[in-house]
Design a protein around this ligand. Sequence first.
Ligand code: ZN
Length: 595
Amino acid sequence: MDSYQSAKEEIKRTADIVEVIGQYVQLRKAGQHHVGLCPFHGDKDPSFTVNQSRQMFHCFGCKKGGDIFAFWMEYHKASFPQAMRELAERYHITLPERDLTPSQKKEKELGESLFEINELAARYFHNILLKSDKGAPGREYLKKRTLTREIAEELLLGFAPDEWNGLTNFLKGKKVDLNKAVQAGLIIAKEKGYYDRFRGRVIFPIHNLRKQVAGFGGRVMDKSLPKYLNTPETPVFHKGELLYGLHAAYQGIRESGRVVIVEGYTDVLALRKHGFNEAVATLGTALTKEHIRKLKGYAKEAMVVFDSDAAGKGATLKSLPLFLNEGMTAKVIALPEGDDPDTFVNSKGLQGFIECLEKSVPIFEFYLEFKLSRRDDSIENQVEILKDVLPVLSEVNSDSQRSLYIRKLSEKSRIPESILLSELKKQGPSHEGDGHENMLKKILSGKTAKNQDDLFILNLLAHFPHTAGRLTDTGCRLLLSDPIIIEIFDSICEIFKKDGESNPDALAERLKNETARERYREAILSPPIYRDDVEQALQAFELKVKKNNLSKLCRNTGNDLEKKNLILKQKSEQDRAHNKFLKTDFGKSGLNRPK
Ligand SMILES: [Zn+2]
């Protein structure tokens, strides 16, 4: 096993699939499995199943499934090496350098050099802010905002003096390839030479979760525009994925289970100064699905501080469907009009801010308030409400929460609950019942297998892979008719012949055909048909093969009476054995009674 492969095994041993997936999908225990709503298709019944003992997941709806790496790649739209890197980092497992393709190597090297240049630039801005005469306007700004030197040092704040080539010259002096500094978004190329992008601004370095400087935000000192200037999109800076302050806040967020999402970098800093280490800010953009997915890895609930102006309210409302779709609990914190977290925490202190957190309302209630506040009781308005609110309401996944909201909506809109419920039913598939159990029933009823033996043998192999050898030796392959199941059977037998029983769970990944992998995963996640009676099941299958063979022989002997007699004698012995078998408990169950 090469060292990359052994690191992969180590990740699998260390990371628990239920814990990892549970951070992104709300799972509940159902029998031997955990089930939840599938994040990969519009799932209304919980068809997404995770099995802890086999460390695998499978969706009975869209058929996506596999191990922890398959989940990570699908959910985060990541490549396999990326999934390896991110999971290894999370579980503190060291990865060996692996042979990269030339283009991967180039990409990796470019990324590394951009981070290096960013780090140099961040130190340059930081030194000016703290030590240089040129940094005086920046220090003045910090003083005005009552930001301490500790905060400036912790978050590596800086100052870009109002000059055209301060950073350009600095980087030149450090022998930096200036074309790469252009790629990092720090300087801009002109006809002859280069000039600095950030001028006369306080600099907020933006780190990724590895604490590398991915880009910068720069704020002007006066009323000129734009007030904030960010690094443009670069190979290492993606606004829709990064969050300001998360690299410093994630431990606090993980401990409390909540994350507070604010609008400005200085909001994060002011809260931090007061000892509140659970705030992050978007980079001047709206919240994205990628942001929420990232935060779900650390927090159970998100609290959005909404700006009381109309734009702020609108942005908060726009994030509602994202939170609902991602199944993350979200609340809204309303600060007094005219306040932002920065001004508020500086005047009311941490205690005042905590009190506001405690008064936060679920984002859906906030949405209802907003929708209903401008309405009267007229029929036209009631119809409008139904048209607006019900589609959003149908996205709420939790039954109890949905009924709570229906009651609230009914109280506030004066539309009877029964009408709301019946209208809601028209919105989409019902939320009632447990689709997972039905799914298993469907699979067990054999609808997906051409004949019952296919289904039983596949189930036996999936739960007791060690039976593969015996099933081959006794010719049970002859009982199969579904080509996919024959393929699974053959692959498993082959793998066992080669590797023995070393790692039965890895079998699913080693099947070459995607349909075969799906069918095998489904069999693993279906309840075992046999439990303590595996030996008897094997005997029953063997008996059936023998009987089938004899019947075939009998048909083919033609008029050779002597031979026919011999075969009939053998057959009646088989039948006696069969009858004896039927008298056992296993035979009586009738489940696999050979015909
Ligand atoms: Zn699915």
